[in-house]
Every structure is written in C-alpha cells, then in structure tokens.
Ligand binder design. Structure first.
Ligand code: ATP
Length: 513
C-alpha cells in the first residue's frame, strides 16, 4: 500500500471511530457517495461555515447573505445552461463494466507524469544537498522539461477537444495514451458520451399537473434570481456581493474519495456584482482574498496552489482553482470564476424581465458582471481534517494520535477532567464547565485514568484540557494542558476563560486574514 492511500484510510477510519463522519444509512449498507456528519463532525462543519460566513458577510460592508430554496423554477436551469451543458464526458470499460469520467482518466495519467517530475526533483535534491537550486533544476533538466512538455500537450489537447465537444478525440487520446481500466487493466473502451449531472424530481401530487424539477446542482442560481430583490431592498450599490451556504446535488459519475466527491454536498458561494470592464481586477482581488482566508488557518502555505483553467465553463471568461494537497494529491478545493454577465443576461432572456442596475456614476443601465468564489464545505472539511490528523512518536516510543485542528475550528474547545471521581473534584470540575459553557463548547470527562483522557481529547482535537486536582480545592488553580505542545501550566480558575477565549475564538482567526 502506498503511503498516500495508507494515510487516507486512516483519515476515513478516524472520522468514523471518533464520531465525525458516518456513511449514510449504514445499517442498510450505506448509500454510495452520501455521508452523514456525526456529533463531532457537525461541530467542525458548523465552525468552518461560521468562519467563511463571518469572513464574507460580517467583515464586508458590501456583502449580504441569503438562504434560497433548493427547489427552483425549472426554467432557471434552462437559462443557466445546466439542462444543456452540465454534462460530464463518461466512458465505460467493456471488460469491467466500470464507468469513468473520460477527462479524469486523462488527468490521472497526467498526474502520474507530474509525480515522475517530483521524483526527479527529490532525487536531485538528495544528490546536490544544500547547493540544490530547485527552480533552476526544474527550468533546465531535460528529463523534467520533456515530462512537463508532454503533460502540458496532453492537457491542452484534452481542453481543446472538450471545448469543441469532440468526444471522439477524447476517446482517441485515451487510446493513444494506452490508458487502461484501473480495475480490469483492459483497454477495451466504449465511445465517450455526455451525461447530465442534475437529479430530477417532481413537484405536485397528480401525474398530469406535476411539474418536473431539479435538485439544484449549485447554489449560485438562487443568488442570481434574487439579484434585484436584494439590490433594491438592501439598497446596495455596485460593487456588492451576495453570499450563501447550502446544499447542492450532483449525480456524479465517479463518486469516490470519501467526502471529496459526494452526490449531496454543501457549497459556500459568493457572487460579487461589478460594473462590466472591471472583472479582471476583481477576479485578481478575490483570488488573493480567498487565498488569504485559507492561509490564515495556518495549515501551511505549501499545501495550496492556484490552477488557472485552460478549459472554461460555458459561463466564464476566466477561472482558477485553489487546489489543496489532499492525502491523494493536489485537487480542487475552491473555484474563483469570472462569470461575465452570462447568468443575469440569460435570466433576462428567459423571463423577459430586466435584471439591470442603474449606475449613477456612469449614468447608464447595465447588466452587472459577476466574479464568484465557490467552495465546497465538505471538501474544506476534508482538507482541515486530513491535514490535522497526525501521529506522533513520543519520548519512550509510545505514539499518540492528534487532530491538530486550527483551534477556532475544533469541535470542543476545552475538556474539564477531575483527576479522581471523589473528594469533591467532580463537583469543582462541573462548576468550571458551567462557567465556560456560555462562551465555548466545553465537555466534562471523568472516565479512565487522566492520561487516557488526554489521549481521547487529542484524538478529538480538543485544544485545551483542564485538570482539577486536590490542590485546586485549596487554591482554586487547575492544570491547563495545551494539545500540540502537551505543555501544562498551573492557572487560576478565574483566568481560564480569558486565556482560552483569546486563542479559540473565530475572531482571532478572522484577524489573521
Ligand atoms: P470538480 O471539477 O471537482 O467536479 P467543479 O469544478 O465541478 O468540481 P464547481 O462547480 O466549481 O466544482 O463547484 C465549486 C466547489 O464545490 C468545488 O470547488 C468543490 O469544492 C465543491 N464541489 C463540487 N462538486 C462537489 C462534489 N460532488 N462533492 C463535494 N464537493 C463538491
């Protein structure tokens, strides 16, 4: 087993064992690519959502939030282009009968070439030691350059074929690259076909009056159709944004990699309405702003990179992904898209209603342009969770498993532990919980030896453990243990709240942006 898959398996099993993520309807053997968030998972997810919401809505005077319904008038999806163009190119392997996304097969092939480049770099770094100049090596080494050129040529051809909807060429590319089915090893492929990702359902009771609906595949359209309502009632002037978090549904062909690609998931999107012609600057600004939001979490700059798109979606004039290094490699975490006036103009056409803004400075009416930021909450959860899961070897050889969550995102901020279950220690511990619980999620734990309780809280990612012992009864002090350093300090009980609060609040995180 490779180190990567091994680490990813640990992520999935830890998420289940410690009450973060369960497979949906597990007693019925689960439902493919659908998951439930458990008692600790829901807290982590809520904290991520709160961090995003506050960064967008609370910190920006010109961004407001809404919560639109999942069901929308079906013509919405005609106008948005999803009925005609929200397709993935799929291909079946004739031997294994497995279905794949044709573009993903090619991208995985390219990822292998990129892995070869990284290997070359690592080998050279070892050979040259301190004198190694990585940038120069990447720019001049013939083997690296050849791999690079090959990877770029393949991606370019894939992008062009998809752009032209030349599915025969996508198949030809798969055959030329001799890509085989990961399951059967066979190279017997069907033709590439388009597959619409929207889930259909019906509204209404009787067969003849029922209306065909879709479960929304993105939250963005709920914002576009409310653009004028919000602009008028909130008296917003351009540029301004509308933010929303909520469920989206996609019938993904290849739904795997745990909560990375789900059929029911949650998005956090913000559409920023701007005057036409200013999209380049706003696109650059939102790219930068969103990257700062990620970096403020302190998970390491090297974990992120931008990937600017060659192949643009039907609505975009520029698009970039913020990719994160998941246990299975760099993958899209968030998209920043310059969506032009595509959506609003299209809704104008389909509804016959004007969706325009009167710009007092330009003294004209126009359909605003839009730059959007769109991040999957579940993917962000996976990024935080997988990055935080750490196994440490301690002095003496024992190991401890720690979820090193950014403090503000941790499900529980403090655990209060009476050293023993007698002599009035539980009672004092309870009064501390009673005091702290108004400001942050605090838990009480008295079962097992205190060392085991520390390990349990480490595995849940709790930043602080507060241990109440006999001395506490005498002088009203406790031991405050910090999760990552395991450092222990004697602290007066009345100082606890201020010390912990200063480190665990979302506010402290927001200030890092
Ligand atoms: P991908 O290329 O991975 O399918 P996408 O480019 O279709 O993603 P967008 O339509 O830009 O994704 O959606 C914005 C964000 O929503 C993505 O960056 C991702 O974080 C999240 N997202 C999209 N599809 C899924 C899914 N099936 N499961 C979980 N999150 C998703």
């Amino acid at each position: 087993m490779t180190q990567q898959t091994d680490q990813f398996k640990k992520v999935i099993s830890h998420a289940k064992e410690y009450g973060f993520v369960f497979p949906s309807s597990e007693i019925y053997d689960g439902l493919s690519a659908v998951y439930d968030y458990a008692q600790n998972g829901v807290a982590l997810k809520n904290n991520i959502r709160e961090y995003w919401w506050k960064a967008m809505v609370q910190l920006h005077e010109n961004i407001v939030g809404i919560d639109a319904a999942i069901f929308m008038h079906p013509t919405t999806w005609k106008a948005s282009g999803h009925v005609d163009a929200f397709n993935d190119p799929l291909i079946d392997n004739k031997t294994s009968k497995k279905r794949y996304r044709a573009d993903v097969l090619v991208e995985e092939y390219v990822a292998k070439i990129e892995a070869k480049i990284e290997k070359e770099v690592q080998k050279a770094a070892k050979r040259f030691g301190a004198a190694f100049d990585e940038a120069q090596f990447r720019a001049t080494n013939p083997r690296v350059l050849a791999h690079q050129e090959n990877a770029e040529a393949i991606l370019k051809r894939l992008g062009q074929s998809l752009e032209k909807e030349d599915l025969a060429d996508v198949k030809a590319l798969i055959e030329e690259l001799e890509i085989s089915c990961p399951e059967s090893g066979s190279r017997e492929w069907t033709d590439v076909k388009q597959f619409n990702l929207m889930f259909g359902t019906k509204l209404g009771a009787s067969a003849d009056t029922a209306m065909d609906l879709y479960l929304r595949p993105e939250t963005a359209q709920g914002i576009f159709v409310n653009f004028l309502n919000v602009q008028k009632t909130a008296r917003m002037k351009l540029p301004f944004g509308i933010a929303q978090t909520g469920k989206a549904f996609r019938n993904e062909i290849v739904a795997r990699q745990f909560i990375f690609r789900m059929r029911e998931f949650e998005q956090m999107e913000m559409q920023f309405f701007i005057p036409p012609g200013t999209q380049k600057e706003w696109y650059a600004q939102w790219k930068e702003n969103r990257m700062k939001w990620h970096l403020a979490l302190g998970m390491g700059e090297e974990k992120y990179r931008f990937h600017d798109h060659e192949k643009l979606a039907h609505y975009a004039d520029a698009a970039s992904d913020i990719e994160f290094r998941f246990p299975f490699g760099f993958k899209e975490l968030e998209g920043i898209h310059s969506r032009t006036d595509f959506d609003l103009s299209s809704h104008e056409k389909f509804t016959g209603k004007k969706l325009q803004y009167f710009d007092p400075e330009r003294n004209e009416n126009y359909v605003p342009y839009v730059v959007e930021t769109s991040i999957g909450l579940d993917r962000m959860f996976l990024a935080v969770f997988s990055n935080s899961l750490t196994e440490e070897v301690l002095e003496g050889g024992a190991t401890r498993t720690v979820l090193k969550f950014p403090y503000a995102l941790a499900p529980n901020k403090a655990a209060v532990l009476p050293l023993v279950k007698k002599d009035g220690l539980p009672e004092l511990a309870r009064t501390i919980v009673e005091d702290l619980k108004w400001d942050f999620q605090t838990v009480y734990d008295e079962k097992d030896a205190v060392g085991r309780r520390y390990r349990r809280q480490d595995a849940l990612g709790t930043p602080f453990c507060i241990t109440v012992d006999h001395q506490s009864l005498k002088d009203q002090t406790v031991t405050l243990r910090e999760r990552d350093s395991m450092e222990q300090k004697r602290i007066a009980i009345q100082e606890l709240k201020a010390i912990i609060q200063a480190q665990v609040s979302i506010t402290s995180l927001l200030k890092q942006i």
